[in-house]
Design a binder for this molecule. Structure first.
Ligand SMILES: CC(C)(COP(=O)(O)OP(=O)(O)OC[C@H]1O[C@@H](n2cnc3c(N)ncnc32)[C@H](O)[C@@H]1OP(=O)(O)O)[C@@H](O)C(=O)NCCC(=O)NCCS
Length: 141
């Protein structure tokens, strides 16, 4: 099997992006390729995983590089999942923002995702207990 590379990226072909996002069923992105292009281009940090040149995973974060690092996407092609690609991608983001204390994200309520993020040091808000933290979100459209 070809070696895996995990590197920051600035210029990713839109076809490769839509193919990767489609592989995990994220139709909200693939149905609006221009939005996907803008989202990736406007991210503070994007890291991609490639195997034999093929795009197999991506993570992207938004940050002020001082107080907050928001992880927006981490995704790995189904045929590459559970081989450490997601961990390598998120580790690259966490290393890049090692000096930033507060790291947050929003994700679906699925056991695999909880296990994944917990394995990388994230904790769910609900686990801090009552009277500690609250998270708010507003979706427009
Ligand atoms: C979530 C996701 C990014 C994880 O990537 P991955 O490459 O499969 O994860 P890794 O192989 O690096 O797993 C690292 C650790 O996380 C945990 N983990 C990951 N996926 C898991 C699952 N489905 N069930 C239980 N634990 C899981 C395990 O502890 C794993 O270590 P192990 O394999 O040695 O037990 C991937 O499943 C994915 O792309 N899912 C679809 C998109 C998505 O939902 N993204 C997250 C929301 S933004």
């Amino acid at each position: 099997m070809d070696d895996l590379t995990v590197e920051p990226a600035t210029d990713i072909a839109l076809d490769d992006l839509t193919d990767l996002y489609a592989s995990v069923g994220w139709t909200a992105y693939t149905g609006a390729p221009d939005v996907l292009r803008a989202a990736v281009a406007g991210s503070s940090f994007v890291v991609v995983a490639r195997r034999g040149g093929r795009l197999v995973g991506l993570a992207r974060a938004l940050s002020d590089d001082a107080t907050i690092c928001y992880l927006q996407d981490v995704l790995v092609r189904p045929d590459e999942q559970r081989t450490g690609v997601g961990r390598a991608l998120l580790t690259a983001v966490l290393d890049r923002y090692a000096a930033v204390r507060q790291k947050v994200l929003l994700t679906d309520d699925e056991p695999g995702q909880r296990a994944f993020y917990e394995s990388l040091g994230y904790a769910e808000i609900r686990d801090f207990g009552p009277g500690t933290l609250r998270a708010f979100v507003r979706f427009d459209g």
